[in-house]
Design a protein around this ligand. Structure first.
Ligand SMILES: [Zn+2]
Length: 390
């Protein structure tokens, strides 16, 4: 085992040796005799021969733990775990825990590190057992234990237990856990819906809103639930809130809204709602929805005029694609508008696209550099080939 871990192990050995030497010196001063621990040199010897397993054994046996060397061992354990050598890390932490000389804080630190090892190794039940215990006591590392526990429940998709833990964290740390909690309740609500338990699903959505009143996900779920139960007006009311919660997500709500407006006889109100949204943010999905509304209300020509007008101001590929789908109408006016739009859009795309890219680091730009400005290699920047290139 070469490289970083070995180097760190050697450093750890030096630190441990220093403390051993220091202890021995004190003994010498007291008793008039002594030597630097024989085991220490044995361990160092193993290290030099890259026999890390043996070296760890020897160092762990040799050590008369004191508060300073515990830190060194903890650092070593974390180093092994970062390198994926989790079994070595587990051994170090288990040996540390067996020492009666640990202070209570050190014992907590070692237990947290050990539970992280177990979680990494996929031994989630062992990790959970340690963390449930640590999380139930009041101490400086309690919230860290709860955070680790949260990750384990997330890994297991155990949203109910995750929510319990997050509620406890929220009591201590406030609103940073609110958004997270809303998602946990939504996850549980989805499970309830899969089991056809609408009453529970509804209760969980309410809980999600109680934690995060701007939860788009909860709005989408409740809007769908109301729609499925035939409460179209209620569904519309819920889904409309998304435009103020986070208007970027509004397109996700439009298919259900469109039907809900239609079934409740309010198609014109839907058009008006889309118009208000367009004023705020001209998203392609909203433009396309509006186009469909205009087509059924005022005919194809009005729809084409609206869409090409919007596309001139906010050209997008999806919008253009939609316009081309009107190809069945053979009005000269349509063909001319379409051609001009395609020209407008492709020019913009060409202007936006990089022309050269570096085959070494991926840097791209519109200008040719013989030396790549990012990775500084020579001759690696080349004209881009293919669909978007030459
Ligand atoms: Zn480069």
């Amino acid at each position: 085992m070469p490289d970083v871990a070995l180097l760190a192990l050697v450093l750890a050995a030096i630190v441990i040796g220093y403390f051993l030497g220091w202890r021995d010196q004190k003994k010498r001063a007291a008793k008039g005799s002594g030597r630097l621990s024989q085991e220490y040199f044995t361990g160092l010897n193993y290290l030099i021969n890259e026999q890390t397993e043996e070296a760890i054994d020897v160092f762990i046996k040799a050590i008369d733990l004191n508060s300073d060397t515990v830190e060194t061992y903890l650092a070593l354990g974390s180093l092994f775990s970062k390198r994926g050598e989790v079994e070595k890390s587990i051994r170090i932490h288990q040996d540390l825990l067996a020492r009666p000389s640990l202070t209570s804080t050190q014992s907590l630190q070692v237990q947290l590190a050990l539970s992280a090892n177990y979680a990494y190794a996929g031994l989630l039940d062992r990790a959970e057992a340690i963390l449930v215990d640590l999380g139930s006591q009041e101490h400086a590392l309690q919230s860290q234990a709860l955070k680790q526990l949260l990750r384990i429940y997330e890994q297991q998709n155990d949203w109910s237990k995750a929510a319990d833990v997050a509620e406890r964290l929220r009591r201590g740390h406030g609103e940073q856990y609110a958004v997270l909690l809303a998602h946990y309740y939504c996850e549980q609500s989805e499970l309830a819906l899969q089991g056809n338990d609408r009453v529970t699903a509804r209760r969980l959505i309410r809980q999600a809103f109680s934690r995060d009143k701007n939860s788009v996900r909860a709005s989408l779920m409740l809007g769908q639930l109301e729609f499925d139960e035939g409460s179209y007006k209620e569904s519309i009311k819920v889904l409309q809130r998304i435009s103020s919660q986070n208007i970027r997500f509004l397109p996700l709500a439009l298919p259900v809204m469109q039907k809900a407006f239609e079934y409740s006889g309010g198609s014109r109100s839907y058009t008006a709602f889309l118009g208000r949204c367009l004023n705020e943010r001209p998203a392609t999905a909203v433009i396309i929805a509006m186009t469909h509304q205009l087509k059924s209300e005022s005919g194809e020509e009005a729809a084409i005029r609206f869409l090409s007008d919007q596309l001139n101001r906010h050209p997008t590929l999806r919008g253009l694609n939609e316009l081309i789908s009107f190809r069945n109408s053979d009005q000269a006016v349509f063909s001319e508008k379409l051609l001009m739009l395609i020209k407008n859009l492709t020019s913009r795309l060409v202007d936006l696209k990089p022309v050269y890219s570096c085959s070494s680091c991926g840097f791209s730009g519109k200008q040719l550099h013989w030396q790549c400005p990012r990775c500084h290699q020579w001759g690696t920047v080349q004209p881009i080939q293919g669909f978007e290139g030459e």
